[in-house]
Design a protein around this ligand. Structure first.
Ligand SMILES: Nc1nc2c(c(=O)[nH]1)N[C@H]1C(S)=C(S)[C@@H](COP(=O)(O)OP(=O)(O)OC[C@H]3O[C@@H](n4cnc5c(=O)[nH]c(N)nc54)[C@H](O)[C@@H]3O)O[C@H]1N2
Ligand SMILES: Nc1nc2c(c(=O)[nH]1)N[C@H]1C(S)=C(S)[C@@H](COP(=O)(O)OP(=O)(O)OC[C@H]3O[C@@H](n4cnc5c(=O)[nH]c(N)nc54)[C@H](O)[C@@H]3O)O[C@H]1N2
Ligand SMILES: [Mo]
Length: 823
């Protein structure tokens, strides 16, 4: 928070003329105020400084003699990510995949051979020609023998940004052109919320823009960060991060608004804002919200006019809230028993929420839990009772922590990415695309492998789980992101073949049969937008260095496979990398012109070594979420059946799901801290890491900044440590019925007693890869989490659900081997 945020002139600006009067592109050039092109090409010194972009922001790659020596933040970045050194290192680190590799048993004995041997590191290096041939032949074999659905290409994950080298789109493009496959739907981030919210507010809502930080700083009196930590999580964007949350938080701080953080961890955001920290038992937030809502109702603090005019179903929710339908009033006293926050404090919160202009900012972790559908619904119900939705500085916001939601949206064209050749338009997010012969909920692959033919309920429909024999991943790490690693290992034995493209020897690559080395985005050219919400610039994602070892871009790999299967031209359309990028830019240029803006010609943009900046309107700077709906609920009706917020859903009622009732409800999760059926004493918070993006960069120098005794850290409160006789720096075994990992202990009072924190994304490093249930030497927390789905509605993951015990590890310490080349 000590940084200053200067305006920068280090970007390329548009033509000053707002409206183009038939002028050609060349004429516009004169207005861009560009440096001379010769300067754009940079003086011929030994060190080159090349502008590029990645999930973590815009940066310069400094290159000496063909080697990237440093990634330096772009001057216009208000809060560069501390992860930059690891990003550079991901090109060269010891865990980089160098050559195409095939598991020896698979190569010598064929698909399905020695399935227990996956992960034991016995790979054979093959030529690219051989690798492409093996992949193409295996696709043909599986499709012919088992049908198209037996190929899973729902490959999920955080790949790299860029409108061309989107490896998941490229995978599906190759699959669609050569046949079909089983796809996946939804995502791990907000899988529960994005399915239920269309019933509640008529949009997936979690990825929508929030009321701006500027508007908050002028109007908000009480800012509530509910499991929401912008100063960690907004380091990254799905596109290229803008980091607008940092100046946003600073504005809020200066405004003097009161800040409340409801979280088992005292977060970076809480500390920076001197927030009041309340730490309920994890997974009990719905009960806590009900207790607050009950108080609002009993004390007549709720806004009846708002409820009448802008919502439906409050009358059907009320009997539940008051307990007339089930005999249990959801009072503050009732809530205290569940969430552990004293009833008086809950009543006080209700009064403060009602008295002040209050913004409820909710993160995503609270829905990555068993029955995770309920929380966003309950939050909107609470916000509706407060009646401040659509008012400046009030209501709710669901992405303040993500890609700098609340950072104002600029007026810009939208870059059109290469498509998956399905002929279907995918509006917006790639993971919402629905091509393929069928689609399973993204976190249900393990369940599918173990239960082919099983009928599953999903969002009001029934799907039959297909038989899958081949899984193909590019740009994701399922051996990190999926819960219950040992259940997954069992399921993976149903696969004949697992193919992975990656840049790093992740646990997924180690458990693959065919491993293909992809380029990092720093070894190829691409184009992207800055800020998922801000959309402030278009940036050339320029190649910093040539590919190392034998790495090839996913585009080239899939083009080669498509070619082998007779569809090479269809895949590339005869265009190379720069042709595609130029085409994407030219299309945006036409769209910009329709919006009254003239972008420079492509070569000028590309050679300028600056990101191209777009303007921001005053209205955008002062955007208030749902203000339009509030102003005119008929004209700007929500996308729900009633056009209003639905606090009771007749659509969900018709599904008759026992685990997702038709109004927001407190339902006991399968396990939680001090829960009625819980068998282990400590809740594990599997937060998103400060110095990684999930598992990305775990294999780099960044690890040195956080590892404890070479293991993933486990935070623990001093009380829990004392009760177990543990000391700082101890190597501990964290275990439950599902699995066991080693971790390095950090004792801190910034975590609630009864909760330990082990971030998601630590690399899985089984001591004996042939044995299911083996001790994990490094600390992949998904050995401990549950693989069950949130409910029949969303069938999403419960990455934050898991209880465990922690003890000092007394045995011989197994070495960590996962960060070097496989044996
Ligand atoms: N317990 C628990 N589990 C969780 C979560 C949690 O909170 N708790 N969070 C969940 C969430 S929200 C998410 S989004 C997922 C994240 O899960 P993933 O997105 O699968 O995790 P990443 O580590 O980002 O994996 C991306 C992989 O893509 C590779 N990659 C990057 N660029 C390229 C490229 O250009 N080509 C190729 N071929 N590969 C590339 C990277 O090296 C990396 O191995 O995890 C989920 N899992
Ligand atoms: N640095 C970094 N930033 C990231 C990512 C990353 O890997 N690294 N991943 C990105 C992705 S893909 C996503 S989806 C988002 C994820 O965004 P989130 O899901 O919101 O992030 P988390 O870190 O899992 O959790 C946010 C906060 O919720 C708290 N919390 C956990 N359980 C509970 C609970 O039961 N109740 C309450 N009240 N609070 C709880 C945690 O302590 C944490 O402070 O982050 C994105 N940003
Ligand atoms: Mo995510």
């Amino acid at each position: 928070m000590t940084k200053t945020y200067k305006n920068t002139s280090d970007d390329l600006t548009l033509s000053k003329r707002d409206f183009l009067k038939g002028a050609g592109a060349a004429a516009a050039l004169g207005f861009t105020g560009l440096p001379l092109l010769s300067r754009g090409a940079l003086a011929q010194t030994a060190r080159k400084s090349i502008l590029s972009g990645c999930h973590w922001g815009v940066f310069y790659g400094l290159v000496d003699d063909g080697r990237a020596v440093e990634f330096k933040p772009w001057e216009g970045d208000p809060a560069p990510s501390p992860q930059l050194p690891g990003i550079r290192d991901s090109i060269y680190s010891e865990s980089r995949i160098r050559y195409p590799m095939v598991r020896r048993a698979w190569l010598e004995q064929g698909p399905g051979a020695d399935l227990d041997g996956r992960g034991s590191g016995d790979f054979v290096r093959v030529s690219w020609d051989k690798a492409i041939e093996l992949v193409a032949n295996e696709l043909v074999r599986v499709r012919e023998k088992y049908g198209q659905q037996a190929v899973f290409a729902g490959s999920y994950g955080w790949k790299s940004p860029g409108k061309l080298h989107n490896c998941q789109t490229l995978l599906r493009r190759m699959m669609n052109l050569t046949g079909s496959y089983t796809n996946s739907s939804g995502d791990y981030s907000t899988g529960a919320a994005q399915v239920i919210l269309p019933y509640v507010s008529g949009s997936i809502e979690v990825y929508e823009q929030c009321t701006t930080w500027k508007n908050l700083s002028e109007n908000c009196e009480l800012m509530v960060f509910w499991g929401c930590n912008p100063l960690n999580n907004s380091q990254i964007s799905w596109q290229v991060a803008d980091h607008g949350a940092w100046p946003g938080v600073e504005m809020l701080k200066k405004s003097g608004a009161k800040v409340l953080c409801i979280d088992p961890v005292r977060t970076e955001t809480c500390k920076a804002l001197n927030g009041e920290w309340i730490a309920p038992r994890p997974h009990t937030d719905v009960a806590m919200m009900l207790g607050i809502a009950h108080t609002l109702y009993e004390e007549n603090l709720h806004d009846e006019d708002f409820l009448d005019r802008y919502t439906t179903g409050f009358d059907k929710f009320l009997p539940y809230l008051r307990g007339t339908s089930d005999g249990t009033p959801k009072s503050a006293d009732w809530a205290e028993q569940i969430c552990g926050v004293p009833a008086d404090q809950l009543r006080d919160l209700a009064r403060r929420f009602a008295k002040n202009r209050t913004m409820l900012a909710l993160g995503y972790s609270t829905q990555r839990q068993h029955h995770g559908e309920q929380i966003h619904w309950m939050l909107i119900t609470l916000a509706s009772m407060l009646g401040q939705i659509g008012l400046p500085g009030g209501g709710y916001g669901l992405s303040y922590h993500y890609s700098s939601g609340g950072s104002p949206t600029h007026t810009t064209p939208i870059l059109k990415a290469i498509d998956d050749a399905s002929g279907q338009k995918s509006e917006g997010a790639a993971w919402l695309a629905q091509s393929g012969s069928l689609s399973i909920p993204v976190s249900r692959l393990v369940e599918t492998l173990l239960n082919p033919g099983k009928k599953m309920q999903f969002n009001g429909h029934e799907i039959e789980l297909p038989l899958i024999k081949l899984a193909y991943w590019a740009g994701g790490n399922p051996f990190s992101h999926q819960q219950d690693r040992n259940e997954m290992l069992r399921a993976w034995r149903e696969l004949d073949t697992f193919i992975v493209h990656d840049v790093q020897w992740t646990a997924s690559a180690r458990h693959a049969d065919i491993v293909l080395p992809a380029t990092t985005s720093y070894e190829r050219n691409d184009i992207e937008q800055v800020g998922d919400y801000a959309l402030s610039h278009i940036v050339a994602m320029k190649k910093i260095v040539d590919p190392v070892f034998e790495a090839r871009s996913d585009f080239d790999i899939f083009a080669a496979i498509a070619d082998k299967l007779g569809k090479g031209y269809e895949f590339t359309q005869g265009r190379d990398e720069m042709d595609w990028i130029r085409g994407i830019y030219e299309a945006a240029k036409i769209e910009a012109r329709a919006k009254g803006m003239e972008m420079p010609v492509f070569d000028v943009f590309w050679d300028s070594n600056k990101p191209l900046k777009f303007p921001q309107s005053e209205a955008a700077a002062d955007f208030v979420r749902h203000a339009d709906f509030r102003a005119d609920p008929l004209l700007n009706a929500l996308g729900t059946a009633s056009g209003k917020f639905e606090l009771y859903s007749t659509a969900i009622e018709k599904y008759h799901y026992d685990d997702c009732p038709p109004h927001p409800s407190w339902i006991e999760p399968i396990e939680r801290l001090d829960g009625p059926t819980t068998r282990y004493p400590l809740h594990i918070a599997t937060n998103h890491p400060q110095m990684r993006l999930h598992s990305q960069l775990c294999g780099t120098v960044n690890r040195k900044s956080y590892e404890i005794a070479e293991r993933e850290p486990c935070w623990m409160n001093p009380k829990d440590a004392a009760a177990r006789g543990l000391s700082n720096g101890d190597v501990v075994r964290v275990f439950n019925d599902r699995g066991q990992i080693l971790a390095g202990l950090t004792i801190t009072d910034e975590i609630r007693p009864g909760v330990v924190r082990i971030n998601e994304g630590g690399w899985f490093d089984p001591v004996n890869p042939r044995e299911i249930g083996s001790l994990d030497a490094y600390g992949d927390v998904n050995n401990l989490t549950t693989g069950v789905a949130t409910s029949k509605l969303a069938q999403s993951n419960c990455g934050h659900t898991g209880m465990a015990e922690v003890e000092r590890y007394e045995g011989n310490l197994p070495p960590v081997t996962v960060f070097s080349q496989p044996a």
